[in-house]
Design a protein around this ligand. Structure first.
Ligand code: PMM
Length: 274
């Protein structure tokens, strides 16, 4: 099925980091009860998807064992599933975590390695009939901001890498209709490359699948504005608006209420400008 990016509504994915070391939540939502309450607030504010993550992907963050990740995310997925019917994604690179979260009621696997970190992940997605987010990353969270980040054309590089991952997961049994693509803003990219990827996001929409954009509070916005992570709402809004104008279908954000208005206005302007 061809994806009509121009005619599609813009959806919001609310970020729920259940980690003590997430760069933007600072461990405030480690306890499942607090995490649940925060998620329900995001649902009330208009989130279409809640993205539950138990392992920080901050540059240089230490990997977390599967048991710890499961202890963090499972009570939250179970609790949310029992309380509301919002779509739930599990932000993980581990097949065992994804499988347990899907069994507990999650609908989507959001994998920052594009299903490459764990060879069992594509099979889990295919068997469960789950939605899949394929995100582009260079290296791993431990290595991604090190070494030579130069690229002759970052947009073409990301587009071609995502096209290859899309073909690979489809060959592994995931239906193309289940897949959403994400340029991976901040994952092994320079400030200028992140800017180029948002400004030319339409090149990814041309791959025929919905595009997810995650710019919320990210460090390139800090580099552009000089603002700390908890003071980047306006910068996030600007980047989200341009992303929507470029065809983004899903915005991964922390401030759901504010970005809902940004998405609604940017989508209306995009539609009227066709
Ligand atoms: N960013 C983070 C974590 N997971 N998943 C997708 N698909 N896209 C992203 O841009 C993304 C992600 C890191 O940001 P956070 O620490 O604020 O959650």
């Amino acid at each position: 099925m061809e994806w009509d990016a121009q005619g599609a509504p813009v959806r919001l994915m609310g970020v729920l980091n259940v980690t003590p070391d997430s760069f933007s939540d600072g461990g405030r939502f480690v306890q499942s009860q607090a995490a649940l309450e925060h998620a329900l607030q995001m649902v009330a504010a208009g989130a279409d998807v809640i993205d539950v993550g138990g392992e920080s992907s901050r540059p240089g963050a230490a990997p977390v064992p599967a048991e710890v990740e499961l202890e963090r995310v499972l009570p939250v997925v179970e609790g949310l599933r029992a309380r509301c019917d919002v779509a739930l994604s599990i932000d993980t690179t581990k097949a065992v975590v994804a499988e347990a979260a899907l069994a507990a009621g999650a609908d989507i696997i959001n994998d920052i390695s594009a299903l490459q970190a764990d060879p069992a992940m594509a099979g889990v997605a295919a068997r469960a009939g789950a939605g899949v987010v394929l995100m582009h990353m260079r290296g791993t969270p431990q290595t991604m901001q090190r070494g030579d980040l130069s690229s002759p054309d970052i947009v073409a590089e990301v587009r071609d890498a995502l096209a290859a991952r899309l073909a690979a997961v489809v060959a592994a049994g995931v239906p193309p209709e289940a897949v959403c693509l994400d340029p991976g803003i901040g994952f092994g990219k320079t400030v200028a490359q992140n800017v180029a990827l948002v400004a030319r996001l339409g090149a990814l929409a041309a791959l025929g699948r919905p595009v997810l954009l995650g710019v919320s509070r990210k460090s390139f916005l800090g580099a552009l504005t000089g603002r700390p992570v908890d003071d980047r709402a306006w910068a996030t809004a600007a980047a989200c608006a341009v992303g929507v104008a470029q065809g983004a279908h899903l915005l991964r954000v922390h401030d759901v209420a504010a970005m809902r208005d940004v998405a609604a206005v940017a989508a209306a302007l995009r539609g009227a400008g066709r």
